[in-house]
Design a protein around this ligand. Structure first.
Ligand code: SF4
Length: 273
């Protein structure tokens, strides 16, 4: 079986940075390391870190001691306030590109714009940005006309560009003044572009990454549009040999939170089929 991979695969800059910081903290052995929610959306990596003593908790008020990690997608303003008020030690692994979304959104609010965050209202990054606006913002996932005077727009970092453009186009119709910050992360865009090109050259695509990972799920959707014979898998265990019956060439790509090791194992498994 011939296997081709995209150039940008495995951890992105933000995830690499976060994992490095958390591992360093865990190795320092200065108490339990807690993350508010999973540090990244990859269950396998989260389990590896658990073995090193990095524990995800859902509710920050459960943390009474140890070190708190502000995760890659950012935490809510009230969670940050709780940690600081409780004088807990913390490390901030929030990706700088996620912080950029927050910074622009806060600036727009200060300038009197109605802030629109284009993204998934249930995603931790969007919830985080909204909390720093004191929940005074609108989250849009579909094109909707808004009749407002001044609207400022930011995007979730992992958004697909076409979805962003469609929503912005619809806003133009009803808004007097529109200010747009394209805060889609470059890493997401590059991966999607490379994966689409590869998808056109192979008989099947495998998109590797957490089923709870927004960027992997979007990557899958984008690739699936070009290559209907595409499967989203988390690990080599999800591979079904039946898929490969009439297949000569397989393309592999991965989300920004997928460890290199998992991709290597998937590649080996496919080559051996
Ligand atoms: S995908 Fe982009 S925004 Fe998200 S963690 Fe990676 S570098 Fe940061």
């Amino acid at each position: 079986m011939k296997v081709l991979k995209t150039k940008h695969i495995g951890f992105c800059f933000g995830v690499k940075r976060a994992i490095k910081m958390v591992k360093k903290e865990a190795n320092a052995n200065e108490g339990i390391v807690y993350t508010i929610g999973p540090i990244i959306h990859n269950p396998q990596m989260v389990n590896i870190l658990k073995e090193k003593g990095v524990i995800p908790v859902d509710d920050v008020s459960q943390i009474k001691d140890g070190v708190v990690v502000f995760r890659t997608h950012g935490i809510k303003k009230e969670e940050e306030e709780y940690v600081k008020k409780s004088c807990l030690r913390f490390i901030d692994t929030t990706c700088p590109f996620v912080k950029r979304v927050r910074k622009h959104a806060m600036y727009l609010k200060k300038q009197g714009y109605t802030v629109v965050i284009v993204g998934d209202k249930n995603h931790p990054e969007v919830k985080s940005v909204l909390s720093y606006l004191d929940n005074d913002g609108i989250v849009l996932q579909e094109p909707i006309r808004l009749d407002e005077k001044k609207v400022g727009v930011v995007s979730q970092t992992t958004l697909d560009k076409d979805a962003f453009v469609n929503i912005v186009k619809e806003l133009i119709g009803g808004v007097e003044e529109l200010r747009i910050y394209n805060t889609i992360c470059e890493s997401t865009e590059i991966r999607q572009k490379e994966a689409v090109v590869l998808a056109g050259r192979v008989d099947m695509m495998l998109v590797v990454g957490g089923k709870n990972s927004a960027n992997t799920t979007k990557l899958y959707r984008v690739v699936h549009k070009v290559q209907p014979n595409t499967h989203h898998i988390e690990t080599e265990d999800d591979i079904n040999p039946e898929w490969f019956k009439d297949t000569d060439t397989v393309g592999i790509t991965g989300g920004a939170s997928t460890p290199d090791l998992i991709i290597d194992i998937v590649e080996r498994r496919v080559k051996n089929l």
